[in-house]
Ligand binder design. Structure first.
Ligand code: GDP
Length: 363
């Protein structure tokens, strides 16, 4: 699961990306972090990890992470080849959700590409480029599907139906995420189009040091727009987060306190993005390690085991499960077992948020 950072030039994308990646996750736990320079990861802070550790002392705590991709190159006219042109398309297509960074800080020293700070105009500029790019792909996919449909291909006919609806919406200047398909085949056809504006968006309002809670007029305007779309805004001061990420934990705590904050804004950003992606966590816990693992809501027990290791999914037999609340209540795994609260779950089990699991499998 990964999120792509987009936004106009000079809005603070790189500052934010660097702060996120510098905030530091132990990369030996996450092999994918060592690859490309524009790919990073941020830990998703989770108070449940410490709750588990209270009852199960351990050597190491490993939080869930969100993978991030810094996507450069969207300017007005990008879909027509301005700036870096169309390169950004394939990068956005590959991510699961979008973090749209919007400049809400004034700062006359930092030039705004459009000459003034206006978050709504900026959001519309980016949206327009993405919608234009989608319209182009809808057109070419329609041509192809029309040809295939002539041979009597059922999937192509479904595809054409969905494409026509996308075309209509996009031509009205609305993003494709406004379309919701209940019927499974239509939903699948829609998903396969991989439209850029079908992805969920979280707006990151890059605020002034003076407006950390995001109550200023720029952020309020952005909030109003996001609410109308069913989306959310997280205020972040990228420059401040960059400074925080360079401090050790004692200095960081001191600085946060002096600012009247309980945690870096990156923490709420990571959580909001996690929620936006429809993700949840389950845990494994033992003396060596307590670890949060990421799964989509609705995943089955074998799928959850497969996140740990693909062999675990294939060889899944059953899992023993309890919740973090059970652990708080009974105080140890043994006490949970003695109270008859340790659940044995099979292949069809749908994972619940906060499950702590021991998997049994054949290798
Ligand atoms: P990008 O082009 O979107 O990647 O933007 P950068 O991250 O390079 O930032 C552009 C300029 O804005 C840099 O000079 C940053 O120092 C500055 N900047 C970024 N975030 C903030 C912020 O939160 N507050 C202020 N005042 N300046 C910022």
């Amino acid at each position: 699961m990964e999120a792509g950072i987009v936004g106009l030039p000079n809005v603070g994308k790189s500052t934010l990306f660097n702060a996120l990646t510098a905030a530091g996750i132990a990369s030996e736990n996450y092999p994918f972090c060592t690859i490309e320079p524009n790919v990073g990861a941020v830990a998703v802070p989770d108070a449940r990890l410490a709750r588990i550790e209270k009852h199960i002392p351990t050597q190491k705590i490993v939080p869930a992470v969100l993978k991030l991709v810094d996507i450069a190159g969207i300017v007005r006219g990008a879909s027509e080849g301005e700036g870096l042109g169309n390169q950004f398309l394939s990068h956005i297509r590959a991510v699961d959700a979008i973090l749209h960074v919007v400049r809400c800080f004034e700062e006359s020293d930092v030039i705004h590409v459009e000459g003034s700070v206006d978050p709504i105009r900026d959001v519309e500029t980016i949206d327009t480029e993405l919608m234009l790019a989608d319209l182009q792909s809808v057109e070419s996919m329609t041509e192809r599907a029309t040809r295939t449909a002539r041979t009597g291909d059922k999937d192509a006919k479904l595809r054409l139906e969905v494409l026509a609806e996308c075309q209509k919406l996009l031509a009205e200047g609305k993003p494709a995420r406004g379309l919701v398909y209940e019927e499974a085949n239509l939903a699948k056809a829609f998903k396969e189009l991989q439209l850029l504006t079908a992805k969920q968006v979280l707006y990151v309002a890059n605020v002034d040091e003076e407006d950390l809670l995001g109550t200023g007029k720029h952020v309020m305007a952005l909030r109003e727009r996001a609410t109308a779309e069913g989306g959310a805004v997280v205020p972040v001061c990228a420059r401040l987060e960059a400074e925080l990420s360079e401090l050790d934990s004692a200095e960081r705590a001191e600085m946060l306190e002096s600012l009247g904050l309980s945690e870096p804004a990156l923490a709420s950003l990571a959580r909001a993005a996690y929620q936006l992606l429809g993700l949840q966590s389950f845990f494994t816990a033992g003396e060596k390690e307590i670890r949060a693992w990421t799964i989509p809501a609705g995943a089955t027990a074998p799928q959850a085991a497969g996140v740990i290791h693909t062999d675990f999914e294939r060889g899944f037999i059953r899992c023993e499960t309890y919740s973090v609340d059970d652990l708080d209540q009974y105080g140890s795994e043994k006490a949970i077992r003695d109270a008859g609260k340790m659940r044995i779950e099979g292949k069809g089990y749908i994972m619940r948020d906060s499950d702590v699991c021991h998997f049994l499998f054949n290798v």
